[in-house]
Design a protein around this ligand. Structure first.
Ligand code: DAK
Length: 262
């Protein structure tokens, strides 16, 4: 399936989906139209057979350079609230999306663009990627859950430094603080992300989905509250043909079949 809208494109290769924010002339900045189209696309993918999704930006300069400042400039408070609600709905949909999402960060990831990446499961950057939270320099704060997610991912001290100073950091610095999982030359970025996506897609689909759900749920809990969270999901995996096939193959010392997702 391929899908082309005004500001996004979507294509599927095997079990991997690739969603591209496509406004390169505006550094793929997030306006209302992008937010709406990303939401519509993601919703339409929830019930498909994809096993991993890659999100990236068009061109070789920007992943997403944040919210569209030209559009935000004219928002009144109620329009700002509507933008906020729509943007947060997209971030929640990404975070709770049933299969893992890899952000392929191919350039500037500023403000809302960095928040978009933070809502994904795994972040892989190209060497030219630049990260920053410019919001307080524009008289606003990160509005798409960035403050909360950033502190959880890179620690509260690093998050506060980035948000209060609006400093730009390189891909290597992002790697050092744990903001991204890996850095690759730009021309290899999508191939490296596809490689990881294929590895994910080759594993038992139900188990991967359940693992994502359990990890996400436990992040909002104290450790002692999350004990036992996996009991029911773990037992549900025992209903799958994939679990039976993989365990039988191990015990019978033969290669596994491809996982069927059943
Ligand atoms: N919005 C609109 N246009 C943008 C843009 C942006 N964020 N970023 C770049 N562009 C446009 C530029 O205006 C320029 O357009 P033309 O002049 O050619 O028409 C074109 O993209 C190319 O940009 P530059 O000429 O500036 O390119 P450079 O290579 O020199 O610089 C840059 C690239 C990414 C460093 C620079 O463009 C830049 O600093 N961009 C702004 C980055 C930024 O401040 N982003 C916004 C962060 S604030 C909310 C939730 C979330 C948010 C807000 C509210 N609510 C809950 C309500 C999020 C806020 C943010 O993201």
């Amino acid at each position: 399936m391929t899908l082309t809208m005004n500001t996004i494109t979507y294509e599927k290769q095997g079990f991997i989906g690739i969603l591209t924010i496509n406004r390169p002339k505006a550094m793929n900045a997030f306006n209302n139209e992008v937010v709406t189209e990303v939401y519509v696309c993601l919703e339409s993918l929830v019930k498909t057979d994809i096993r991993c999704l890659i999100v990236t930006g068009a061109g070789d300069k920007a992943f997403v350079a944040g919210a569209d400042i030209r559009e935000m400039q004219h928002l009144n408070p109620s329009e700002a609230a509507a933008f906020s609600r729509a943007g947060n709905a997209v971030m929640a949909l990404l975070e709770d999306f049933p299969v893992p999402i890899i952000a392929a960060i191919n350039g500037y990831a500023m403000g809302g663009g960095c928040e978009l990446a933070l809502s994904c499961d795994i972040r892989i950057a190209s060497e030219n990627a630049v990260f920053a939270f410019p919001e307080v320099g524009l008289g606003i704060i990160p509005g798409f859950g960035g403050a909360q997610r950033l502190a959880r991912i890179i620690g509260i001290g690093n998050a506060k430094e980035l948000i209060y100073t609006t400093n730009r950091i390189t891909a290597q610095d992002a790697l050092r603080v744990g903001l991204v999982n890996a850095v690759h030359p730009q021309e290899q970025l999508i191939d490296k992300c596809m490689e990881m996506a294929e590895k994910i897609a080759a594993n038992a689909p139900t188990a991967v989905r359940v693992a994502k759900d359990v990890i996400n749920k436990s992040m909002g809990m104290e450790l002692h509250q999350s004990y036992g969270l996996e009991v029911l999901p773990f037992s549900a995996c025992f209903l799958t043909n994939d679990r039976r096939m993989a365990m039988d193959a191990f015990v019978e010392k033969r290669p596994k079949d491809a996982f069927s997702g059943t």
